[in-house]
Each structure stands twice: as C-alpha cells, then as structure tokens.
Design a protein around this ligand. Structure first.
Ligand SMILES: [Fe+2]
Ligand SMILES: [Fe+2]
Ligand SMILES: [Fe+2]
Length: 399
C-alpha cells in the first residue's frame, strides 16, 4: 500500500507542530523557507538546489527539544554553545533516515558564521533565520525593513556570507517581501509536482519513526510511550491476523498517534505531577493536532489519521476531540485506544509507579463496562498481557 504525499507540505505541516506553541516562533520554519526561497532565486540557484534549500529550511530547527532552547535562538547573536546542541541533534536525527539524510549537513551548519568553506545553502538559511528573528511581530514590518537591511549590511563578510547579504539588500527594498511575511502569504514552491511523491511503506515508517522519537524525547516522563504503544498495537494487530501491510500501517499510526503533543507547551508536557483541570484541557488538544498533521500528508492519509488520533474517542461518544461514537470508530482505531490505555497503565509516572497486571486488567474491564473501549479487543489485550508487559519493560530499557 502506498500513500501519495506532497512531501513539502507534509514537512511544512509537521514542522509547524513544534512552532505552534510559541508566539515568536509561530510558523518560523515556513517563514525561513519563504525567505530562503526568495534569496535562492535572486542568487540564481538551480531548481534542484532551490528544492534542497527549501526542504532544509523547513527542517532546520528539527533538533530543538525544549522551549528554553528555542528561546536562546531568539537572541540576535546567540552564544555558540547555546545553539550548537540543536544543530547537532537535528543532524543526527536526519542522518538516521534515508529520505532526509541529504539535508542533514545543511541543518548542522545553519548557524555557522561566514567562512570561505561554508556552502551557499546553510549560508542562506542562516540569514533567512536571523531575518525572521529580527522581525518584531508586534510592529508593522515595513517600519523595520531599513533597520534590518542595515544590520546585515554591517555584518557582511564577518557573520554572514556577502553574496547572500547583497541579495537580501535587493529583497529588503521590495515592500511586498515584508508584507507577504506579515500577512502570511508564504511562497516557497513554484512547481508542486517536484514534490509529489508516492511514499512507500518504508519511507512512511521512517518519517513516522522520526516524529515518534521527537515526541518521546520531548516527554521526559513518558519517554518511550510512542514506541511502546507502537509495539503493543502491532502485536495486537498480528494476533488478529491482519495482513502484514496492514499491520505495518497500524504500526505507522502508532508511531504518529501522539504527534500533536509537539504543539503542547513544555510547561504542561513536562509537568511532573497530575495535571490541573486547565492543564488537562490544553493537553487534550494533542489528538486534534495529531489528526490534522497526519491528514496533511496527502489525500489518502485520512484513514491513517483516524487510526492514529481517535485513541481518546470512546464507543459511547464521550471521548475527544471529535466526540465520535462506535459507528465511526474502525477496528484499527479501537485497537489503538486499547493499546494506548494498556501501555499508559504499565508505564511509571513521576507521581505513581507502573501498575501490576491485575490492576491493569481491572481498569481495562472498568473501561469496557463504561462503554469506552471495545470488549473483544480488550479481551485480546488481556489474553496477551504478559507479552505486552514484557514489551513495555523492554522499550523502557532501550529508551
Ligand atoms: Fe536554528
Ligand atoms: Fe531557526
Ligand atoms: Fe494521546
């Protein structure tokens, strides 16, 4: 089974998740892609180089793990030791994939100061990134254009590549360049056909795995949850004798099920206790984001989005975020809910230990009784609780 993806909007979409919770960085990745694209054209880069530039720009901050790290980047000329961790982490993450490995080096170098050996793509992303940081989002952009232009003029050849600064001088004189940024008319693709792509299952899994690692490393107290749910849900899918291709799609859904947590602020995601009522309400948004982020992969991704993100929906219609009922919940989505609950109960939290099999069984039964989860699939999970517990322990050790 293959899913047609518009690779660039998939990445733009996923990159938006991490930028959603911070006003300074709202749509930062797309803005940097927009600025980079305009600079690349003025510098008459080849079409192929521009495509590489835009994808690298969308991915440039993929290594940011915490809101604090992100805030350091809001300093105009941040200290090297504060910024290099996210560059190195981004590089390592992308290196683990086949599809995004070609962009890893650009991500590694995107804060490097000018030198004769620095390649043009990271040099452009560096300037584009600083333009977006310099731009105060609470003021009209046209009033700031001249100041920003002068700042870069003064740093050409020292901090920034002179060729890129020269291109920016031209761009900065065009009012619509600033207005497009201010009013979010982003443009970074001329020919969308260049990025239309049939994602193979391998590629889809690779991408999903990358996102799962990001989600899990942003959640220190449940640092192996995505991978654990994935193991559990694939085990149960196999026990149901689903065809192997379907099992793998269920696995992808497991990897992506909490991707929306990237849009939840650290202070809630990393809160070391039971959440308050208000915090819980914010946390509940995560599956809403998961749904839309996954659906954005492409026209056939809607079903996958459902399998992944309906895991807090309940058969009797009392779940969230869509309030769906039994008729709308496919077996794969029901399986995800069972896997998510089972995995969560086995996992330790800062304020409680992981639960015993007896306790887990009891809570699962209670959930069935309350018409929250599927009775047959719950029985299946209970019948294999030993194996699931082993998986949970194994993924906790490897995390
Ligand atoms: Fe950065
Ligand atoms: Fe950035
Ligand atoms: Fe969740």
């Amino acid at each position: 089974m293959q899913i047609e993806a518009d690779l660039i909007s998939t990445i733009a979409n996923f990159s938006r998740a991490g930028d959603l919770n911070n006003l300074i960085f709202l749509t930062h990745a797309e803005r940097v892609a927009h600025i980079s694209f305009q600079l690349g054209k003025l510098l008459t880069l080849s079409q192929q180089a521009i495509n590489e530039l835009v994808l690298s720009a969308l991915l440039h901050d993929v290594g940011i793990m915490t809101d604090e790290e992100q805030l350091h980047l809001a300093d105009l000329e941040p200290e090297a030791n504060r910024i290099s961790p996210h560059c190195r982490r981004g590089y390592r993450l992308l290196q683990t994939t086949k599809a995004f490995r070609p962009y890893a080096q650009n991500v590694l170098e995107h804060h490097n100061y000018h030198s004769t050996s620095l390649r043009i793509i990271p040099a452009i992303i560096h300037v584009a990134d600083r333009v977006d940081i310099l731009l105060n989002k609470n003021r009209y952009s046209l009033a700031q254009a001249e100041g920003i232009r002068q700042y870069f003029q003064g740093k050409a050849g020292s901090l920034f590549c002179p060729d890129v600064v020269e291109a920016l001088q031209g761009l900065a004189r065009i009012p619509s360049f600033w207005l497009d940024l201010e009013y979010r008319n982003y443009h970074f693709v001329d020919n969308t056909e260049d990025f239309k792509h049939l994602l193979t299952l391998d590629e889809l899994e690779e991408l999903a795995n990358l996102m799962a690692i990001l989600v899990d490393s942003k959640s220190p107290f449940t640092g192996h949850h995505s991978l654990g749910v994935t193991e559990t849900v694939s085990l149960l899918a196999r026990k149901l004798n689903m065809p192997e291709d379907r099992v793998r799609l269920v696995k992808v859904a497991g990897l992506l099920h909490d991707i929306g947590k990237l849009a939840i602020p650290d202070e809630i995601l990393m809160y070391p206790g039971p959440l308050s009522k208000e915090q819980r309400a914010v946390m509940k948004q995560h599956t809403y984001h998961s749904y839309h982020l996954i659906k954005g992969i492409g026209p056939q991704a809607e079903q996958l989005a459902g399998w992944a993100s309906f895991h807090h929906e309940r058969l009797n219609g009392t779940g969230y975020p869509f309030g769906l009922g039994a008729a709308q919940l496919e077996p794969e989505a029901r399986l995800m809910a069972v896997a998510d609950i089972t995995q969560s109960l086995f996992e330790a939290r800062p304020y409680r230990k992981g639960m015993s099999r007896d306790k887990v069984t009891k809570i699962l039964h209670n959930n069935v009784q309350a018409e929250h989860i599927d009775p047959d699939l719950t029985d299946l999970a209970i019948a294999h609780l030993n194996e699931i517990e082993e998986l949970v322990n194994a993924s906790a050790e490897s995390a």
